[in-house]
Design a binder for this molecule. Structure first.
Ligand SMILES: [Zn+2]
Length: 373
């Protein structure tokens, strides 16, 4: 996620923190300072760091539950309203997704229970009201925050855990795509309610509304893609009519090709047709500014892109695209020679076409596509 940086590594998972977390830190520091001077401000910040710890444990709950089903979590990003564990993929079985989604809030239930038991007090909703007030102890307030985290995360809307719980339950009765569509609609309906209440004078709700609305559309796109791409192979979706470059071509040559074609990503191949890298439009512009037009493309191209095999299931390329956030993924054949390219636009187009030909037989689609290239 952009606007975030790496903090530490736990159990092979990169823990990242989003810059807006510091906004929260500053805001809490300031409101405590206004109430009780520098000492209170320090208390406030320590408290926020404790919340930060609880959010992290919540996300690790998701990540470790996913690991049980063989799914890796490359990173966790901490945001002021919670964390975001980026799972390599979602579990395929609804029951597994349900467990992964519930594992996070379950951690906060456990933390709250432990705090309340050791403090020997029952839960008092006033703790939440009094977050900025000194009459409640650190432990009481932290317990309240954990209860709030559970309630917030169980709102049945993407990207909250509640949205996934809802989708997993629906997916037990219908297809994954349809379950997501229904869950996303419910989430967006809730976003409007939050937005409306927010306009009545609660800016935080307005913020949540926006967050939920965007989360729902994103989740829906992903799920429809997953439904549509079933049975497709990488070769059914890749672009094959491409202008390619040689490593000794200059950026000026690449710009010329950019203007001549509608292509934005140019594969750079060696003499045997093996992929060396990909030059993107952005890299071209940056290279022009920094080095001028005569620098060889080999020096400015992306060389760290993963490749995918042409006969591999399309979903593999799609997952790879999501997890590496690459501008393009080169496709190779059995002999490791370059045969095509998968790009985000190309995936978008595939989605559009497949949505129209939804019920068409895959074999027929493949045959027709092969005839046309
Ligand atoms: Zn969660």
């Amino acid at each position: 996620m952009s606007w975030s940086f790496k903090l530490l590594r736990v159990a092979g998972i990169e823990i990242r923190i989003h810059v807006t977390f510091f906004l929260l830190l500053a805001w809490i520091g300031w409101s405590y300072y206004a109430l009780g001077g520098p000492e209170a401000a320090v208390d406030g910040i320590v408290f926020i760091l404790a919340i930060f710890g609880c959010v992290l444990l919540h996300e690790l709950g998701h990540a470790l539950a996913a690991r049980v089903f063989g799914i890796r979590t490359p990173d966790i990003t901490l945001l002021p309203i919670g964390g975001l564990a980026r799972l390599e993929r979602m579990p395929d079985k609804p029951a597994q997704e349900l467990i992964v989604a519930l594992a996070g809030p379950a951690v906060n239930v456990v933390i709250a229970a432990i705090l309340l038991l050791t403090l020997n007090t029952g839960f008092n909703p006033d703790y939440l009201e009094g977050l900025e007030e000194p009459q409640f102890t650190f432990g009481q307030k932290l317990a309240a925050v954990n209860v709030a985290l559970v309630l917030f995360n169980l709102i049945p809307a993407f990207p909250m855990d509640g949205g996934r719980v809802l989708r997993a339950i629906l997916a037990m009765f219908t297809s994954y795509g349809r379950a997501t569509l229904i869950a996303a609609r419910i989430g967006q309906g809730l976003a409007f309610v939050f937005g409306f209440l927010g306009l009545m004078g609660n800016p935080m709700l307005l913020f949540i509304a926006l967050f939920v609305f965007l989360g729902a559309s994103q989740e829906n796109t992903m799920a429809q893609m997953k439904d549509l791409s079933t049975n497709l192979r990488v070769m059914d979706a890749m672009m094959t009519e491409l202008v390619t470059l040689r490593p000794e071509h200059t950026v000026a040559d690449a710009v010329e090709a950019l203007l001549r074609t509608s292509q934005h990503e140019f594969p750079v191949l060696d003499i045997d047709g093996r992929i060396l890298g990909v030059l993107t439009r952005n890299a071209m512009v940056a290279a022009l500014k920094e080095h001028g037009p005569d620098v060889p493309v080999a020096e400015v191209m992306h060389t760290d892109l993963p490749v995918v095999e042409a006969h591999a299931p399309f979903e593999q390329a799609f997952r790879l695209m999501n997890s590496c956030q690459c501008p393009a993924i080169p496709v190779v054949d059995y002999t490791n020679r370059f045969v095509g390219l998968i790009t985000p636009e190309n995936i978008g187009e595939l989605m559009m076409v497949r949505a129209i030909h939804r019920d068409e037989d895959i074999g027929e689609w493949r045959a027709r596509r092969m005839r046309s290239v």
